[in-house]
Design a protein around this ligand. Structure first.
Ligand code: CO
Length: 635
């Protein structure tokens, strides 16, 4: 068995395979069973917080299986330490995440379908399907019997001009095959009309570009003494930070047990940070576009879609990679080599002051630790980046890049619901909503959350210059009270505090949450995708921490009828003071595309910050020694 040094280390390849063999030996696997996911069943938080490194680590796995023959989903837990199946449960009426194998098999099924071939010939005169690309798209749920009772996909199809060009340049607009993923057969091909293929190619691959600009001179990041981090398994120590990298098929990269060493004492900050769900709804009512919305975590699996960064990572300096150990839907090993990348970056000035009278500048550069993973979900790329800073700041940023989801238009036609980006080619308006689950443990688990609004003082004798304003911090006591949207008028922020631990000023220690760019959904509340993505209703939600409440749209958003996840849980209106709390943050990016987003989109950035706020008694970066880069020089 693999050497596991921390109870939150993700499953090793051997542990994933042991889970498969234990389930097979227990008679739980048939020839039509698919393994949807196998991940670490995390031990109780008390065990992790008390972990010293000396005690033996008990390991359990949680797995989701699906039987295509009976259209049935199962959840199971397995003890890897005792080599036994602990629980086995049928989950009725749900469709788990589509596996990578289904993605590949679905494409083959469409390309082999006589009905699809006939439609392609009728509409485009094409008989040979070898240049056709079929992207599995989730079917969603629009209230039909079929949506409830079958495992479905509604792929989008494109035509390459040659075997290696950018096929997304030519959407096969009017044809939508509907695939039964259980039978792995095309049920029907929906035809919405005829749109000619857009005429132009648009490529970005290096071997296609003939007019490169002059290359910039080399910029080498040299770390002659190696990196400043140490790594033991998936546990990392860097500049007073201590944490464990997690990775699973559904959420991809997670950050776990993040603590900061303060005067020799390890202080817990973030127990678990994960992207809990996301949804990308499109705003085009055209019948062949209107059903487009993707729950990339729950429907596709961000870990499943993670890139192997062996090639094409493009980070500078000393890079440490971590593998992601998953399995195929038939239970064979599937290791995503270098799924997670970690490296240090210089990040400009951390702080500076020049004493004018002494002519004595003091400046410290900022070094940050970057932990990242990139998922390719068919046409689109999402980069997930955690940044840890020396002053206790924690940042999370998503980089949106890749290729827009495109549609064809007749010659000369424009659409109010999208941007024409090339002749007869448009990018429909859409939004990307992400939900982050932040299980903060500020100096322990007994935390509360304040909503902080900055307000101007009343005018009157106490405010004679009419300049006064103050921050009003209000502890949110219940789940209903905590539901909130951003408010630019009050510069609204949130602070997670530990009322039982006071700082040098006599106030509770805390970390403040600073939202970044955001938006609200434009679709009606009755739009089907919104019923299934209730987490977009508020930007901030707070719940008491429950292990089983992991995914903002519920455990099974694929083809769900809606109502699950945050709206359901918070209807109980549980108390959230002085207890183990989770802050959920929904952030959206409204994407009205531009020609410059084509053929491949320059990365757009969206995220948030967590900053210590009375957690330390002074600038924790005050002890950073001045440094000098010997490789740098003046021109
Ligand atoms: Co976009």
């Amino acid at each position: 068995m693999a050497t596991i040094t921390h109870p939150l280390e993700p499953l090793a390849a051997a542990e994933v395979q042991l889970t498969v063999s234990l389930l097979k030996a227990a008679g739980k696997v048939t020839p039509t069973t698919r393994f949807i996911s196998i991940s670490l069943k995390e031990p109780a938080k008390a065990i992790v917080h008390a972990f010293t490194g000396a005690e033996p680590i008990r390991r359990e796995a949680f797995a989701v299986l699906f039987d295509n023959a009976t259209n049935s989903c199962y959840e199971t837990t397995v003890s890897l330490t005792d080599r036994t199946v602990l629980t086995w449960q049928h989950v009725p009426g749900v469709q788990p995440t589509m596996s990578v194998d289904e993605q590949i098999e679905c494409e083959q099924a469409v390309l082999a379908s006589p009905e699809f071939k006939a439609a392609l010939k009728r509409q485009y005169g094409i008989e040979d399907t070898k240049l056709v690309m079929v992207d599995i798209w989730s079917a969603g749920n629009y209230g039909s019997e079929e949506d409830r009772t079958r495992r479905l996909a509604r792929p989008l199809c494109f035509l390459r001009t040659d075997p290696t060009d950018n096929g997304y340049a030519k959407p096969i607009e009017g044809l939508r095959p509907v695939v039964d993923l259980n039978a792995m057969q095309v049920l029907r091909v929906e035809e919405y009309g005829h749109w000619p293929l857009p005429p132009q190619q648009a490529n970005y691959a290096a071997d296609r570009i003939t007019n490169f600009r002059a290359a910039a001179k080399p910029l080498e990041i040299i770390q002659p003494e190696g990196p400043s981090f140490t790594v033991e398994g998936y546990r990392v120590r860097w500049q007073k930070w201590d944490f464990v990298i997690g990775f699973n098929a559904r959420e991809g990269l997670t950050l776990n047990a993040l603590a900061y060493a303060d005067s020799g004492r390890m202080r817990s900050v973030l127990y678990r940070g994960s992207l809990s769900e996301m949804v990308v709804p499109y705003g085009d009512p055209a019948p062949q576009q209107a059903r487009k919305n993707a729950f990339d975590a729950g429907e596709y699996g961000l870990g499943y879609c993670a890139n192997s960064l062996e090639l094409g990572c493009d980070c500078l300096g000393y890079i440490k990679y971590f593998d992601g150990h998953l399995c195929t839907s038939r239970g064979d090993p599937l290791t995503i080599k270098n799924a997670v990348c970690m490296h240090e970056e210089d990040y400009g000035i951390l702080w500076k002051h020049t004493d004018r009278r002494l002519n004595a500048p003091e400046v410290r550069r900022s070094r940050r630790l970057v932990i990242s993973s990139i998922a390719t979900v068919e046409n689109y790329e999402y980069g997930f980046f955690w940044y840890l800073y020396q002053d206790g700041n924690i940042q999370f940023e998503i980089k949106l890049t890749g290729i827009l989801s495109l549609g064809a238009l007749p010659p000369g036609v424009k659409s109010p619901y999208g941007t024409v980006i090339a002749p007869q080619l448009y990018a429909p308006n859409h939004q990307h909503f992400f939900n982050m689950r932040l299980d903060l443990d500020i100096d322990g688990t007994a935390n509360s959350v304040q909503q902080i609004d900055v307000v101007p003082d009343e005018l009157g004798p106490l405010n004679p210059f009419e300049n006064a304003f103050s921050a009003r911090a209000c502890v949110v006591a219940t789940e209903q009270e905590a539901k909130a949207r951003l408010n630019i008028e009050t510069a609204r922020t949130w602070k997670i505090i530990n009322p039982g631990v006071l700082n040098a000023m006599g106030d509770p220690v805390g970390y403040k949450f600073f939202p970044g760019d955001n938006c609200c959904p434009f679709a009606s509340k009755n739009a089907w995708w919104r019923k299934r993505a209730g987490f977009v209703e508020n930007h901030v939600w707070v719940t008491p921490c429950r292990d089983e409440e992991r995914h903002a749209a519920g455990n099974y958003p694929n083809q769900s009828g809606g109502g699950d996840g945050l709206p359901l849980w918070t209807a109980a209106n549980r108390s959230i003071t002085d207890t183990d709390v989770v802050l959920w943050y929904t952030f959206g990016h409204t994407h009205i595309a531009r020609p410059e987003d084509y053929p491949v989109m320059p990365a757009a950035y969206i995220g948030f910050m967590l900053k210590p706020n009375g957690f330390f008694s002074e600038n924790p970066g005050n002890d950073i020694p001045p440094g000098m880069s010997h490789a740098s020089h003046c021109g």
